[in-house]
Design a binder for this molecule. Structure first.
Ligand SMILES: Cc1cc2nc3c(=O)[nH]c(=O)nc-3n(C[C@H](O)[C@H](O)[C@H](O)COP(=O)(O)O)c2cc1C
Length: 340
């Protein structure tokens, strides 16, 4: 039984931390885990073109993870089918629990050659990628993350097609590529996708046609877009029938977004924690950043996280400005240690 199948057995929606480039590296994922653990982690997306080249060393950090992060899914993107074979072989060797193909990213520089969300316009090629990926993955589960259309909402055609591909899981970000992140997510379309999936399974159960084997497979549907926290996720899962919930930006505003209010009676709101506790998260992140990356990542990459920890209390702005002005992590460490 793969980890998706195990999650399906839970009597609640399962929760995933969204892949977010330059944010959800192994350090931040471990900090999120410490605050409130999701059920599944995804890496930042990694371009498969880099596999087997000299440039691989420069980007392989995207696939770094700690043992305690299982189950963890490697997210990849690209257009070269041979590289999918090479990349997925490597991902298996690295011990990932699954591989996810990005068919969602809307950025111009990424989609100009037909990759990511541009695949919504080319289902025939998307199919080739999925088939190659599934073959290369063998018993490792394959999932896709996508949007509900390119210029217009195309849930029936596009999601309907993906549901015939025998995927283990499908994350649906409820917006089109054109909408970027500018409008509220269309959760009704995500709900429509769930209904389509359920009807396909039902129709297949009645049929003896073996060629429908892919349709028999229950592709788990993960809803994504504007979810604030666990409570909100549970409410939306009930309303729209999704199996899982993915939270992205919600974690920026509340590091305790995945926390279950019922577990210890403590707050599920990071900004309600004592200030020293919040500063300790920043310090732990700094230390982990240094231990994990050394000189491999620039200290400047760490600074954007300060605003997640240091906000909403008297003196927070001044402290943040002071930390942003530091040139080395030791300087920031010292400032924080003195306050804790
Ligand atoms: C800074 C940032 C980086 C992102 N990078 C990725 C990525 O590497 N792969 C991906 O599939 N989605 C990426 N996304 C999209 C998120 O995974 C998610 O689909 C989107 O933010 C909507 O969910 P939310 O409303 O919960 O944030 C990124 C989003 C943000 C804000």
């Amino acid at each position: 039984m793969n980890f998706w199948e195990k999650l399906e057995k839970l009597e609640r929606p399962f929760f995933c931390l969204a892949p977010m480039e330059d944010v959800t590296d192994t350090c931040f994922r471990q900090i999120v885990m410490k605050a409130s653990r999701p059920d599944v982690f995804f890496t930042e997306f990694m371009n498969i073109e880099a596999f087997g080249t000299k440039g691989e060393d420069k980007v392989i950090h995207r696939l770094k993870y700690a043992k305690k992060e299982h189950p963890i899914v490697a997210q990849i993107w690209g257009m070269d089918l041979r590289k999918y074979i090479l990349g997925i072989k490597k991902i298996k060797e690295l011990g990932f629990d699954g591989v996810d193909i990005n068919m969602a990213c809307p950025e111009k520089r990424i989609i100009k050659n037909g990759a990511c969300s541009a695949l919504i316009k080319d289902p025939a090629f998307a199919k080739e990628i999925i088939l190659i990926a599934k073959e290369a993955a063998g018993d490792m589960p394959v999932s896709v993350k996508t949007r509900i259309g390119f210029n217009n909402i195309q849930t029936e055609e596009w999601i309907g097609f993906l549901l015939t591909m025998g995927l283990d899981a499908l994350t649906i970000h409820g917006r089109t590529r054109k909408e970027m992140s500018k409008v509220p997510a269309h959760w009704d379309e995500i709900g429509k996708a769930v209904k389509m999936r359920n009807e396909m399974i039902k129709a297949n159960e009645k049929s003896n046609d073996k060629s429908r084997a892919n349709l028999a497979k229950k592709t788990l549907i993960i809803g994504n877009g504007d979810i604030k926290n666990r409570e909100h996720g549970i409410e939306m899962a009930k309303k729209y029938g999704v199996d899982g919930i993915m939270i992205g930006r919600g974690i920026f505003h509340n590091l305790l977004a995945f926390k279950d209010a019922g577990t210890d009676g403590l707050s599920t709101d990071f900004s309600a924690l004592p200030i020293k506790k919040r500063l300790k998260y920043a310090l732990d992140h700094l230390k982990l950043f240094d231990r994990t990356w050394g000189d491999a990542k620039n200290y400047e990459d760490m600074k954007k996280f300060f605003k997640m920890y240091i906000i909403g209390f008297e003196g927070a702005n001044d402290l943040r400005v002071k930390l942003m002005g530091t040139k080395k992590d030791e300087e920031a460490r010292k400032i924080l240690e003195e306050l804790i």
